[in-house]
Structures are given as C-alpha cells and as structure tokens.
Design a protein around this ligand. Structure first.
Ligand code: SF4
Length: 66
C-alpha cells in the first residue's frame, strides 16, 4: 500500500495527524506528511482509508494495490 499527500491540495486542517498520529505527522507549515511506518497491515490500511475519507481537501490518496 502507498499513501500520498497532495501538498498542493492540503489545507493544513490537521485532521489526519490529530486523528491518526500513528500514520501522519505535521510537516512544514502545518502540511501533513506520511510517517515511515509499515503500511502493509490491516490496521494501517483501515486508518489510511478513514483519513482519506474525512480529509476536507481530498488531499490523501491511498493506493492499496502497491
Ligand atoms: S486532513 Fe487533509 S487537508 Fe488536513 S492536514 Fe491532513 S492532508 Fe492536509
């Protein structure tokens, strides 16, 4: 699985890293970054999909096929 943040879209709301600190962190100027964690677990897949669904900017992209 790959998780990508589109920094052009990210509006720095912080929802991803407040709700899923195991997966996301606050990067430069409040934008989100994906932490270097093992993404290939059921738990991380679930959290990534949840974060993508609620991101107000639609800036989180989850590719489960990788
Ligand atoms: S929830 Fe979306 S808009 Fe908010 S910080 Fe995360 S990626 Fe950016």
């Amino acid at each position: 699985m790959q998780v990508r943040i589109d920094l052009e879209k990210c509006c720095m709301s912080g929802e991803c890293y407040y709700n899923h600190p195991e997966l996301f962190a606050m990067g430069d100027e409040g934008a989100s970054v994906v932490k270097p964690v093992d993404l290939d677990t059921d738990e991380m897949r679930r959290h990534a999909v949840q974060a993508a669904e609620v991101c107000p900017a639609g800036a989180i992209f989850v590719d489960e096929g990788v």
